[in-house]
Design a protein around this ligand. Structure first.
Ligand code: SF4
Length: 258
């Protein structure tokens, strides 16, 4: 699978390297979806591909950059609205189901937390949603192994700036450009491939989406069948139609014979 050119500095969606990367990622996701579309492990395949690509490319692109202020156990930025694609939400729901007993034993009432959270309204400032993420307990992310790309792609160099932004002050938190760019490209490529395959391709409020997925008897099968089981938690609003049109054009360019 394509990587950003080595030594190319901070990748940008405007660079040709980023465009090539996006198209290669999109084609890769498309191949995986075509191969595993009718199999129960479609979700595993797509999710693993997305996250391994993100981690590998971020590692390559952040060589020589200052050390991040982010570390396990810091939940300062976990008051942002988190959005995620369907495969990410379904994977979190699967993890929550599997870990439900363990969460209860340590006093984490995830059902109650999710019920209280509800789909988030657009915050006045993206760093100040005003309430902690329902998956944050005692300062720890309880879904850390399956946290979405949105969380992984928000990486700060300055914890004090994060705290100031959270309090509604400083807005220019110095975040890692490579993390943000790679997250954006991998996520967009995944969405484009899902769109082309006729699968749910939007982005959804994480808490609302997980709640819907947990209430659905077999959300993974419904996803494979093309249903948009998370639709009530959609978080892309007016962007949905615009992105759908753009992905449609990309698909037509990629398949000129159809
Ligand atoms: S999912 Fe985890 S990492 Fe992401 S905002 Fe919630 S607690 Fe933080």
């Amino acid at each position: 699978m394509a990587s950003f050119p080595p030594g190319g500095g901070v990748p940008s969606p405007e660079t040709s390297g980023a465009a090539d990367f996006f198209h290669a990622q999109r084609a890769g996701f498309g191949d995986t979806i075509a191969r595993f579309r009718d199999r129960p492990d479609l979700l595993d395949r797509v999710w693993t591909q997305a996250f391994s690509s993100f981690e590998r490319n971020v590692e390559g692109e952040t060589q020589g950059l200052p050390q991040l202020a982010c570390h396990k156990g810091c939940g300062t930025c976990c008051q942002l609205q988190v959005v995620a694609t369907t495969p990410e939400v379904l994977m979190v729901a699967r993890y929550v189901r599997a870990m439900a007993g363990g969460f209860r034993r340590v006093g984490v009432d995830l059902d109650g937390r999710l019920a209280e959270a509800g789909p988030a309204d657009a915050p006045a400032h993206p760093m100040a949603l005003g309430r902690p993420c329902p998956f944050l307990a005692e300062g720890l992310c309880v879904i850390y192994p399956v946290r979405p790309m949105a969380c992984r792609g928000h990486a700060s160099f300055d914890k004090e700036a994060c705290v100031a932004a959270l309090c509604g002050g400083q807005e220019d938190v110095p975040v890692s450009g490579p993390h943000r760019a790679v997250r954006g490209l991998v996520q967009s490529a995944l969405q484009a491939a899902l769109h082309e395959a006729g699968l749910a391709w939007g982005v959804y409020d994480l808490a609302g989406g997980v709640r819907l997925a947990l209430a659905c008897a077999d959300g993974e099968a419904a996803f494979r069948a093309g249903a948009d089981v998370l639709a009530p938690a959609a978080a892309d609003g007016a962007m949905r139609a615009e992105m759908g049109a753009a992905f449609g054009q990309l698909g037509a360019i990629a398949r000129p014979d159809r």
